[in-house]
Design a protein around this ligand. Structure first.
Ligand code: SF4
Ligand code: SF4
Length: 79
């Protein structure tokens, strides 16, 4: 059975990873991320973004400060 995790809108995944299609570097907040941490190009977001789904890691880092969340993601995913 699949454990479903809801997105907590923390914006960490839209900061931590590099996304070549939109020339976004790892650790850089995506320019398409709104102040409310919503994707402003959601329907046309890059393939790499479409493939990413919230999981237990989102919950595990949820109590950390934003910059710490990004650090944890980058360490775990080695980006
Ligand atoms: S890191 Fe997880 S909870 Fe945060 S925005 Fe991305 S998918 Fe949502
Ligand atoms: S394009 Fe959208 S989903 Fe992809 S990193 Fe930027 S804000 Fe996040």
């Amino acid at each position: 059975m699949e454990n479903r995790v809801d997105c907590l809108l923390c914006g960490t995944c839209c900061t931590a990873f590099d996304i070549k299609e939109i020339d976004k570097k790892a650790g850089e907040r995506c320019r398409f991320l709104s102040p409310e941490n919503l994707c402003t190009i959601y329907e046309k977001r890059p393939w790499g973004c479409k493939g990413y789904k919230p999981d237990e890691l989102c919950v595990l880092v949820s109590t950390l400060k934003d910059e710490e969340k990004v650090k944890v993601f980058r360490n775990i995913y080695e980006v």
